[in-house]
Design a binder for this molecule. Structure first.
Ligand code: HPA
Length: 267
């Protein structure tokens, strides 16, 4: 039986064998970010996540399951996209949630872009808005460092990388992302609590991956697509179809932002 560290190393070695030298950056494409992402690269390698031993697989329909590696068009940068994220609400542990991300970083990909869909906690940020994370509030997701390190999370969402993106996109506003385990959406009372705590958006992912990547010394950027008003705001009752529909309607903008974020990744 391999321990968690050995499983991560095994994944990194498989990636090296399957795809050669590591890309400099990779993105985990959450709901709303997959539609056109591949149009940004010339694909070199397409790996089914199910073919990478020990890589935990998503169960939710529509969440995909590939690692795509290629050249970012218009640059000399090699990047990778992961189209299948696993969630704590599927029953995965903190370590399992981040095993793939750790494997990618150990392989050598040190710029980590985490993309998700989230509910907006303010009518000032309507559905369709993009929100780079400036910080987070972890409500109920497992911590991937359990059993180990005491790591400080100040400036975990890399300030310079984010500043470079905001300079190019003056119309997007960064904010604080809260995450609850789900898969049910929040109650209106929870939404009111999150607003009072100072959060700007709420989702069900990203935080464990960000913590693990930061602890490994990688640079982290995360961006939420706000797909709906959170439960109870202006009478909102979030549902999965609305999340997918808003994501599809805003795919173009999301893809342009993804391209910029990858272009601006620091080396
Ligand atoms: N809450 C939690 N996660 C989400 C939401 C929401 O309103 N929308 C998209 N993901």
């Amino acid at each position: 039986m391999l321990n968690e560290k050995q499983l991560v190393t095994d994944i990194a070695q498989q990636l090296q064998t399957l795809a050669g030298a590591s890309p400099s950056a990779f993105a985990v494409l959450g709901s709303g970010w997959k539609e056109q992402a591949e149009s940004l690269i010339s694909v070199e390698q397409r790996i089914n996540l199910a073919d990478i031993h020990h890589w935990p697989l998503p169960a939710v329909a529509g969440h995909g399951g590939e690692l795509v590696v290629g050249q970012l068009l218009g640059s000399d940068r090699r990047v990778a996209f992961i189209t299948g994220r696993v969630h704590a609400y599927e029953g995965y542990s903190g370590a399992e949630l981040v095993r793939g991300v750790r494997g990618m970083i150990e392989w050598g990909a040190k710029n980590v872009l985490l993309l998700n869909a989230a509910g907006s906690l303010s009518e000032d940020m309507p559905p369709g808005s993009l929100m780079p994370l400036s910080d987070h509030i972890n409500c109920s997701l497992p911590n991937p460092l359990a059993g180990g390190e005491f790591v400080d999370l100040v400036d975990m969402y890399h300030p310079e990388w984010r500043a470079a993106l905001l300079k190019k996109c003056p119309d997007i506003t960064p904010g604080i992302y809260a995450a609850c385990i789900g898969p049910s959406y929040e109650t209106p009372a929870e939404v009111a609590m999150l607003q009072k705590m100072g959060a700007n958006a709420v989702g069900m992912s990203t935080i464990p991956e960000a913590i693990a990547a930061h602890a490994m010394g990688a640079r982290v950027m995360a961006i939420s697509m706000l797909t709906n008003l959170a439960a109870g705001i202006a009478g909102s009752r979030p549902n999965h179809q609305e999340v997918l529909d808003t994501a599809r309607e805003n795919a173009q903008k999301a893809t342009e932002t993804l391209q910029l974020a990858l272009m601006l990744a620091l080396d």
